[in-house]
Design a protein around this ligand. Structure first.
Ligand code: GDP
Ligand code: MN
Length: 390
């Protein structure tokens, strides 16, 4: 689950990470009121920032400096409701519904720092660089030696000397060195305790008056941990998510929309991936990843069909179920029931294997659902791609 920059800064602030003061607003008037409050506290320069679940906002015109409250109004008018296109949004962009008004910092240098999981090592990794403010992937590609990596054993946690190592390898000295050590420790704590999969600050800045502050913040949270993070779960912003994926979540379906034309309904993530590979090998393109899980019934199958069919690109559907705990006859009944409520307007190919597969196929044969069946997965994939050509 992704959260907005202002929410990430709120989380980080609670753990003692130095962030700029700021207020989020959903209207120009609210943004002006925020700027007036901040001006009363001595803020003379502001930044107005689009809040969307994508980075690269600066490049797309979603981050603007404002020299006074009147300019905050002007920039807020320009940014709110705009369709912001950044290198991370895709060409259609993302509508801006919220803006963050922050106190601008006077930057001496921009750094990068992030914490994430290194799956291959089974450890957390703190990555930092003196080359901040630009895309870190580019730094990693062109000048990998400029990225400092410190691995943290999750069972041990961050050791003090590791925070010291990060601060010193970034070249900090004096008071900024001490602040950076504190920053790294607080950032790691925030990452760990909020069950984040990534906590990234780009840029982390050293200001001209010697402070170390997070100018930007990105936190992604582990969906599987949301049950124990009720406060963070409330930060979900459904406007930023794919409506079909939200609908799928309500039915406990694991759905990810893709760009192809073959809808797939499969049980188990591994089989789903194998099915997608075979569709590609047979010359098709999967329109989605959909794992109906181990408890597929008429309701989940029906929801699956609805979700797949609401994608206009879908020209054929392949149902591939391996009956284990979920028996094939039950899935077949689910398909028959679902077909009564959903108008399946594209060719349907069904492959049932495993427990009660024959009973399942018999149920489908005796029903009036129009479909083709297949026994071998390759055959199913070939049938679905030849259905596309018809
Ligand atoms: P992103 O483009 O989505 O990553 O948004 P950022 O929050 O990182 O802002 C983009 C860029 O705007 C930063 O890299 C800075 O160069 C600039 N910027 C943002 N906040 C400030 C600020 O307070 N002062 C100054 N001088 N520049 C800022
Ligand atoms: Mn940034």
């Amino acid at each position: 689950m992704k959260v907005h920059e202002y929410q990430a800064k709120e989380i980080l602030g609670k753990y003692g990470v130095a962030v700029q003061p700021g207020e989020v607003a959903e209207s120009v008037d609210a943004a002006v009121a925020s700027a007036e409050r901040m001006a009363a506290e001595g803020v003379a320069l502001f930044v107005v920032k689009a809040q969307i679940h994508a980075g690269g906002r600066g490049k797309g015109g979603g981050v603007k400096l404002a020299k006074n409250v009147d300019e905050v109004k002007e920039k807020a008018e320009a940014i709110l409701d705009m369709q912001l296109v950044t290198p991370q949004t895709g060409p259609e962009g993302q509508k801006v519904r919220k803006i963050l008004v922050t106190a601008a910092e006077d930057i001496a240098h921009e750094y990068y720092i992030g914490v994430t999981l290194d799956r291959a090592r089974g450890q957390n990794v703190i990555m930092a660089s003196t080359e901040g403010g630009v895309e870190i992937e580019e730094v990693a590609e062109a000048t990998p030696e400029k990225i400092v990596k410190v691995y943290v054993d999750p069972a041990v946690g961050l050791r003090s000397f590791q925070a010291v190592e990060v601060a010193s390898r970034l070249g900090f000295e004096g008071a900024a060195f001490k602040q950076t050590i504190k920053f790294v420790r607080a950032l790691y704590m925030a990452y760990e305790e909020s069950d984040a999969t990534i906590a990234e600050i780009n840029p982390l800045v050293l200001t001209n008056d010697g402070r170390v502050v997070a100018l930007d913040a990105k936190i992604n949270l582990d969906d599987n941990a949301m049950y124990r993070q009720p406060d963070l779960a409330e930060m979900r912003d459904e406007h930023e998510e794919d409506p079909l994926e939200i609908e799928a979540g309500k039915h406990d379906l694991n759905y990810i929309k893709l760009d192809g034309n073959v809808g797939c309904m499969v049980n188990g993530a591994g089989l789903a991936m194998g099915t997608m590979d075979l569709i590609k090998l047979a010359g098709g393109e999967p329109a989605n990843f959909l794992d109906v899980g181990g408890t597929a019934n008429a309701q989940t199958v029906e929801a699956g069909f609805r979700i797949i069919l609401s994608d206009p690109n879908v020209e054929a559907i392949l149902v591939n179920i391996f009956g284990g705990i979920v028996r094939c006859d039950r899935v077949a009944r689910g398909i028959v029931e679902a077909a009564k409520n959903v108008d399946i307007t594209v060719p349907l190919i069904v492959r049932l294997q495993g427990t009660n597969a024959e009973e399942g196929m018999a149920i489908l044969r005796e029903s009036d659902v129009e479909l083709e069946s297949a026994i071998i997965l390759q055959e199913a994939a070939d049938k679905v791609t030849s259905a596309l050509r018809k």
